[in-house]
Design a binder for this molecule. Sequence first.
Ligand code: GLA
Length: 389
Amino acid sequence: MGHADMSHADMSPAARARKALVEQFGVAPSAVWSAPGRANLIGEHTDYNDGYVLPFALPHRTAVAAAPVDGPCWTVWSEHTNERVGFGADDLTLGRVDGWAGYVAGVSWALRDAGHPVEPAVMAVASDVPLGAGLSSSAALECAALGALAGDAAPIGEWPRIAQRAENAYVGMPCGIMDQSAAVLCERGHALFLDCRDSSYQQVPFDLDGAGLAMVLIDTRAPHRLVSGEYAARRADCEAAAKTLGVLALRDVDSAALDEALARLGEDVTRRRVRHVVTENQRVLDVVTLLRAGWIREIGPLLTASHTSLRDDFEVTVPQLDTAVSAAIAAGAYGARMTGGGFGGCVLALIDAAAEQEVSAAVTAAFAQAGFDRPAAFLVTPSVGASAD
Ligand code: GLA
C-alpha cells in the first residue's frame, strides 16, 4: 500500500474525486465542485428562530466529480465507504434513498423540484470533513453535489435553500439554513454574519493570524446520540413559545424586553429555551461589533457565555463538551464553546497561537481523568465556500 496511500493523503478531495471518477466509471469529469465543512463561531440554535449566526468555513472540504451518462440512472461512489449507490428518476421522491447517498439524491430531487434540470450522471465523492462530528459534513456533500450536478444552471444565491430543502424534505432532518449557507457563502479570513430571516449577510473580518491568535477545534468524539429527535424537539419548543408570545419567531423578542416575555410563559423549561435564543442573538450582534472593531480577544467571554446558555438553558451539551470547555479555559483559552447542534461533536476555543499544545494537552488530560475517549484537536482557519475545482 505505502506509496499509493501516501500520495492519496497528499491529494486534495477534488483531485481524489476526479481520479476516482476515472477509475470507477472510466470517464473524465465534466464538473468537479467542492464545499467546506463549517464551525459556528456563535449563534447556536438561532437559525430556525429567524435569528443571527456567525459561522466560518473549515479548511476541510468535500468534493464531488460528475459526468453525464446516457442511461436513466444516477450512480454515486464514495471514497469513505467504497460503495456505489444507484438511483433512478423514481427514487427522486421523498426519502427513497437513505444513508450518505440520500444527500445526493435529495439534492437531485430538490433541484428538479425548484425547476432546474438535472440529468443522470455518474459521481465520485471524496472528503476530508470529519463525519458525525457536528461539522456539517452533510451540508458540504449537498453543496458539492449541487455544484457538480447543476453548476451554473442554478444561481448560487439559491443553493443554500435548495440544499436545505434536500435535507429537510428528503432526508428528514429539520435543520435551519446556517450550514448550507456557510458551505456556499463563506470567504477566506472572514466569518459569515447571516440574518436567517431574510438571508442577508455580511462578511466580517476574522483575522486570527494578524492578532497572534488561533482557533482550536476539539472533536470530543462523544457518540452523537439523540441528535435529530432532540433537535426537532428543541425546534418545536421554540415555535410553540413564539406562538404563545404572539410573534412570528423568537427573533422578534427583543433582548431589552426579555423579562417581560419570560413572565408570560408558564413553564420554566420554556422560559429557559426562550432565554437562550434571545440572549444568543444578542451575543452574535455583540461579537460582530467587537470583530469589526478589531477586538478579537474580547469575544472570548461571549463564546463562553454562549456555552453556558446552551448547557443550562437550552440543554444540548453532553459532559464531554462541558469538560472540553472548562479544561480549555483553565489552560488559558480566552473563551470556548460547543459548536453545531450539540449532543456530542466539537468545541471551539479561542487561544493564543502559541498555546495550542498546552490547551490540547490540558483537554486530553481532563478527558483521560474523566474516563472519556481521547479527543482530537486541530487548528482551523476561516476558509472559502463552495468552488469549482
Ligand atoms: C445544526 C443544524 C443547523 C443549526 C445548528 C444549531 O447544525 O443543521 O441548522 O440549527 O444545528 O445552531
